[in-house]
Write a protein that binds this ligand. Structure first.
Ligand code: NAD
Ligand code: UFG
Length: 392
């Protein structure tokens, strides 16, 4: 099913704004190597990328950067935690490159449907975002998580192999570092999983290593994301979690727009600057650009199955994040203190050296830009892609 263009949900098209008419006028639209929509590099010409989970938060931002970078892009998403409106908005933001986007509402575990997509299009690589990601839910419903994340991935790998497409970028997570003994976390740190969600990430990493060992034609990039936040600077796409948000920034955002009364701060006795947990927040557009860098790396001959952290290398506490958001939004965020959240680590941030050295990628944005863009998205779309009555 091809997606249609034509929006909106109470938000005017960003294409009315001259700021977003030409990607080349805004550095946010540039891909990591400095190329932009007007200079899609030779490497990307005629390359087609399948993006599973491309309607979701990180996926939609990555699809936009791919299109602007000159890639043809096909999304497979079952819309379990996303909306087709996001796909339409990406298409609009991509302007003339929007014609290079196709969307299939398909569950990855539907092998016949996936086969059909691979039969009709030759993919140069796959970026695999599709998966369920709520830690708490994974503890309540482990089989749902194992079924969706593991069977979805195995089905994808089988169909890729059958069609001779053996280049994969996989969304792993800093969750595989558990409670790190020291920071920054390097890719060599010992791995562990504290919940079924984390175990799916660890298991898929292992599956990928096995697949590459068995058949060295496979080239696989395992990307361990730290904490993606923010939104596209247009305010036209962003994170829209279904249900009560698990993560800090979507929760803060919903407090700011009046959907929730206060933020509960989990833990104030950590050995950190102010007692609250410290994380490595990364702008989602920087993260999206990290995928373009990973795709470029896959073009190199000597790649096997390799792993990279995608973070900024900087730690920020919960209270520091709240203050930065209050500054960006002009809104007061009421706080309620609570005990530590089970399973939470004290301090987690990335060593970014390997990605900088080998992917030639480095995050450009800081906390102020993350909060600015998060608020821009939130204030323009207080109910995300939905309407007040259609949500939680
Ligand atoms: P998201 O929920 O917004 O996007 C995931 C997308 O996958 C959704 O659009 C969902 O509908 C789709 N999906 C789920 N199961 C599917 C299936 N069986 N078939 C087809 N589509 C399916 O999440 P996100 O934040 O964009 O995360 C993307 C990936 O990155 C996930 O694998 C997640 O585990 C990983 N990750 C996310 C974070 C984070 O904090 N957001 C951190 C580390 C890793
Ligand atoms: N926090 C609060 N209140 C909230 C939500 C979060 O105080 O309502 C605190 C947490 O205790 C933690 C910090 O904010 O100290 C960040 O919490 P998040 O839930 O936003 O992020 P996590 O680092 O716990 O986990 C997220 C994803 C995981 C992923 C990990 C690393 O949920 O799936 O980032 O990428 F693995």
């Amino acid at each position: 099913m091809a997606s249609r263009v034509g929006i909106t949900n109470g938000t005017s098209s960003p294409l009315n704004s001259s700021r977003f008419l030409s990607p080349s006028k805004n550095s946010s639209f540039q891909t990591q190597n400095g190329s932009n929509s007007n200079s899609a590099s030779l490497m990307t010409q005629n390359k087609t990328v399948l993006v599973t989970g491309g309607a979701g938060y990180i996926g939609s931002h990555t699809v936009l950067q791919l299109l602007l970078g000159g890639f043809k892009t096909v999304i497979v998403d079952n819309l379990d935690n996303s909306s087709e409106v996001a796909v339409r908005r990406v298409k609009e933001l991509a302007a003339e490159f929007g014609k290079n986007l196709n969307f299939h509402k398909v569950d990855l575990r539907d092998k016949a449907a996936l086969e059909q997509i691979f039969s009709s299009t030759k993919f140069d690589a796959v970026i695999h975002f599709a998966g369920m990601k709520a830690v708490g839910e994974s503890v309540q419903k482990p089989l749902l998580y194992y079924n969706n994340n593991l069977i979805g991935t195995i089905t994808l790998l089988e169909v890729m192999a059958a069609h001779g497409c053996k280049k994969l970028v996989f969304s792993s997570s800093a969750t595989v570092y558990g409670w790190p003994k020291e920071v920054p976390c390097t890719e060599e740190f010992p791995l562990s999983a504290a919940n079924p969600y984390g175990r799916t990430k660890l298991t898929i990493e292992e599956i990928c290593r096995d697949v590459n060992r068995a058949d060295p034609d496979w080239k696989i990039m395992l990307l361990r994301y730290f904490n993606p936040v923010g939104a596209h600077p247009s305010g036209y796409i962003g994170e829209d979690p279904h249900g009560i948000p698990n993560n800090l920034m979507p929760f803060i955002q919903q407090v700011a727009v009046g959907r929730r009364p206060a933020l509960t701060v989990f833990g104030n006795d950590y050995k950190t600057v102010d007692g609250t947990g410290v994380r490595d927040y990364i702008h989602v557009v920087d993260l999206a650009d990290g995928h373009i860098a990973a795709l470029r790396k896959l073009e190199e001959a000597d790649i096997g199955c390799d792993v990279y952290n995608l973070g900024t290398g900087k730690g920020t506490s919960v209270l520091e994040m709240v203050r930065a958001f209050e500054k960006a939004s002009g809104k007061k965020i009421p706080l309620v203190k609570a005990g530590r959240r089970p399973g939470d680590a004290e301090i987690v941030y990335a060593s970014t050296k390997k990605a900088e050295r080998e992917l030639k990628w480095k995050a450009k944005y800081g906390i102020d830009e993350m909060c600015r863009d998060q608020w821009n998205w939130a204030s323009k779309n207080p109910y995300g892609y939905g309407s007040p009555d259609s949500t939680n």
